[in-house]
Write a protein that binds this ligand. Structure first.
Ligand code: SF4
Length: 447
C-alpha cells in the first residue's frame, strides 16, 4: 500500500499504553524517542512494564544475520510475555522482510522505513493491522519523524540529558557488504535552519548535550550547506550545552573538521570513525576503494598526537572474504599505531542481497573469532594507556543519574562518581583514577 488512504487525522483517540523497544543503531533509538514524543501529544501513555502494554512498538535492525535472529527471538519472547498486546514492527528488518514478519504471531502491523512517519495515524486508522511498505525506488518519503520545537519534552519529563537530532537519512554509497542503502534509501537531509532551530529549542528546554545522528551524517547537505557549515551553525547557538557527533565515515574527515572536534569548547572531543579496514585491497573489495587510507591514517595519527585525551573510536570488520593473514596483520599494525580508546569489532557476516554475499574465499568462523580477539587485545592495551592519560586531567560530565551518580565525559568515558551530592541533568567536574569496572570508570568530584 502507498499510505495515500491514511487521512491526516491524529491518533490516540483511545490513548493506548505503549511499550517501546529499539534494536540496532543510535538512529533507531532516536527515532523511537521522537515517535514517543509525537504519540504522547496524542494522549498515548508509555510503560516499561510489558504486561501493561496494549501495543508494543519494535524498531528493528537488519545490518547483520546476528541482529536479525536476535530480533526474531525477541519478537517471539515479547509475544509470549504479553499475549494480549498487538505488536507493531518497523525499522530495517520490516523494510527488508515485511511478509515473513507479518506471519509471526502477535505481529499486527508491519511498517517499513518508507512509512515510519505515519505510525501515529496508523495506530488510530488501521486498528486491524496490515503491511505498510514500499521500496525506496517506488516511493521517496519525506524525512521520517520531523519533530517540531514545541513538541519537545523537557529533560526531566523525558528522563534524558542528551537530545538526539537526526540530521539526515539514507546513504548514496554502496559498500559491498551493506544493505543499509536499500533499507534506508538514498541520502536526504533536513534543512540546516530546521536542524539549528530544533537544537536551539532543545537547549532552551534544558538539554545539555545535543547528539547529531543519521545514517551517514557526513553526507548531510541541504541546498546551500554541507556538514561542516551545519556544525558551525549549531555550535554558534547561545546556551550552556555541548554537541556530540555520531560516527563519521573516513571519506568525510578533513583537517578542519578534526581540529573542530578536538578543540572547540562546545564540541565533545569524541571522534568515532566507521573505518572497517585499513588495507587498500580489502577496502576495494568492500566497495570502499575510494577511501584514501594513507590520508586517513595520517589524519587520525595527527588527531591522536594533538589531542591525546580525545575519545577515538573505530568500527572494524574482520574476516571479510579474501582477507589473508597479511591483510589482517596490516590491519593490526594500523590499529596499534592509532591509539584508539575503544572499538566496535564486527565479524563479517554476509547479508542476502549484497554484492559481498557472492564473493569467494569466505573466512572460517573460528578464524574470524580468533582475529576479532586479536583486535580486541590491542584495543584493550591502547585503552589502558588512554585511561592513564585521562587520569591526569579533569573531565566534565552531565549527571545522568543521582543514585548512584553516573555520567558521560566529553571524550566518551562512562563514569561512576563517588559522591552523593549531584542533581540530574547538572554539570559536574570529575577526576577518574585510570581504572575501569565493567562499563564504568570510578571517579571523584572536583570542586
Ligand atoms: S557508507 Fe557504506 S557501510 Fe555506511 S551506510 Fe553507506 S553503504 Fe552502508
Amino acid at each position: 500500500m502507498d499510505g495515500t488512504e491514511i487521512s491526516s487525522g491524529s491518533a490516540g483517540e483511545e490513548g493506548f499504553t505503549i511499550f517501546l523497544k529499539s534494536v540496532g543503531c543510535r538512529t533507531n533509538q532516536e527515532e523511537l524517542l521522537t515517535l514517543k514524543a509525537q504519540l504522547q501529544l496524542t494522549g498515548c501513555e508509555f510503560t516499561d512494564e510489558i504486561t501493561e502494554a496494549d501495543i508494543i512498538i519494535v524498531n528493528t535492525c537488519a545490518v547483520t544475520s546476528h541482529t536479525e535472529s536476535k530480533t526474531r527471538r525477541m519478537l517471539h519472547s515479547l509475544a509470549v510475555k504479553a499475549p494480549g498486546a498487538r505488536i507493531l514492527v518497523t525499522g530495517c528488518l520490516a523494510q527488508q522482510q515485511p511478509q515473513s514478519l507479518a506471519a509471526l504471531p502477535s505481529v499486527h502491523w508491519v511498517v517499513g522505513n518508507t512509512f515510519k512517519q505515519i505510525i501515529p495515524r496508523l495506530l488510530a486508522q488501521k486498528p486491524d493491522g496490515g503491511i505498510f511498505h514500499a521500496c525506496f525506488d517506488e516511493y521517496n518519503p519525506e524525512n521520517t519523524f520531523e519533530i517540531s520545537a514545541q513538541d519537545l519534552l523537557s529533560p526531566e519529563k523525558n528522563f534524558r540529558t542528551r537530545f538526539s537530532v537526526k540530521i539526515q537519512e539514507g546513504c548514496n554509497f554502496h559498500c559491498s557488504y551493506c544493505i543499509v542503502p536499500s533499507l534506508r534509501g538514498p541520502a536526504r537531509s533536513w534543512r540546516c535552519d530546521s536542524v539549528v532551530d530544533l537544537c536551539r529549542a532543545a537547549i532552551e528546554k534544558g538539554y545539555k548535550e545535543i547528539v547529531l545522528t543519521g545514517t551517514h551524517i557526513g553526507q548531510f547537505h541541504d541546498d546551500n550547506n554541507g556538514f561542516l557549515q551545519l556544525l558551525r551553525d549549531v555550535i554558534s547557538i547561545n546556551g550552556d550545552y555541548r554537541v556530540r557527533l555520531s560516527s563519521l565515515d573516513p571519506r568525510d574527515l578533513t583537517v578542519e573538521l578534526l581540529e573542530l572536534i578536538g578543540s572547540h569548547p562546545r564540541l565533545c572531543d569524541h571522534l568515532h570513525v566507521s573505518m572497517q579496514h585499513f588495507d587498500r585491497e580489502i577496502l576495494a573489495m568492500m566497495g570502499r576503494g575510494d577511501t584514501d587510507c594513507l590520508e586517513t591514517i595520517a589524519l587520525l595519527k595527527q588527531f591522536r598526537k594533538k589531542f591525546p585525551c580525545a575519545g577515538l573510536g573505530v568500527d572494524i570488520i574482520v574476516g571479510f572474504p579474501g582477507e589473508t593473514e597479511n591483510h589482517f596483520r596490516y590491519l593490526l599494525d594500523m590499529v596499534s599505531e592509532m591509539g584508539f580508546s575503544y572499538a566496535h569489532v564486527f565479524r563479517f557476516s554476509s547479508r542476502p542481497g549484497t554484492a559481498a554475499e557472492s564473493l569467494p574465499d569466505k573466512i572460517a568462523d573460528n578464524v574470524k573469532n580468533e582475529r576479532s580477539e586479536r583486535v580486541r587485545d590491542i584495543i584493550a592495551s591502547s585503552r589502558k594507556e588512554f585511561l592513564h592519560r585521562c587520569s591526569r586531567i579533569s573531565h566534565r560530565i552531565i549527571v545522568e543519574s543521582e543514585e548512584p551518580v553516573r555520567g558521560l565525559t566529553t571524550n566518551y568515558l562512562h563514569v561512576l562518581v563517588d559522591t552523593g551530592r549531584a542533581r540530574h541533568n547538572s554539570w559536574l567536574d570529575v577526576k577518574i583514577n585510570g581504572s575501569e569496572n565493567g562499563r564504568y570508570c570510578p571517579a571523584i568530584p572536583v570542586y
